[in-house]
Design a protein. Structure first.
Length: 172
């Protein structure tokens, strides 16, 4: 019998009380069910910890970890170490996603057999009005393409899915 691959979504959290709850509600509604959400609090001094703990208490998909303030990259790395998924996605604490976000990413990566896949995205304003739609290739078939795309986007990782083995291998 085929087991659905687990996907870990890693979110660095730093003083995000104004938007964190909406971001986490989006993840609760995902159509792909085999996910864990790893919240790494990077030393927040606002109500972010309270919000994270509320979601952890109400839904087992959420996991919460605290670290002293070291920056978003360190928080993501902390999340990677704790991830139990076969694939890893990243999201920022102020991002919103559609209900099919994880499912769409998984469909692209599983159909292409690529180690990294990415989707297009929308830029929205504070009133949830679409400002711009950014179109992308749906998948990256090799590491060179991935590096080019990541570099051209300033290293953004939030609209992509990665094979966990690829990330672990790149850290060694």
């Amino acid at each position: 019998m085929f087991e659905t691959p687990k996907i870990s979504v890693i979110i660095p959290v730093y003083n995000a009380e104004l938007f964190l709850e909406e971001a986490l509600k989006c993840l609760e509604k995902q159509t792909y069910n085999a996910i864990e959400v790893i919240l790494v609090d990077d030393g927040s001094v606002d109500a972010s910890q309270t919000i994270c703990r509320k979601f952890v208490a109400s839904n087992s998909m959420f996991k919460y970890y605290y670290q002293d303030n070291k920056g978003a990259a360190a928080a993501r790395n902390n999340g990677i170490i704790r991830a139990s998924g076969d694939y890893i996605c990243f999201m920022d604490a102020d991002d919103l996603c559609e209900e099919t976000w994880i499912e769409s990413l998984f469909d692209v990566i599983s159909n292409s057999m690529a180690p990294i896949a990415m989707l297009s995205w929308k830029v929205i304003d504070e009133n949830y009005k679409t400002i711009d739609v950014i179109k992308n290739k749906d998948c990256l078939l090799n590491i060179e393409d991935a590096i080019t795309v990541l570099t051209s986007l300033g290293g953004s990782v939030w609209n992509k899915i990665f094979e966990k083995n690829l990330i672990i291998a790149s850290e060694k």
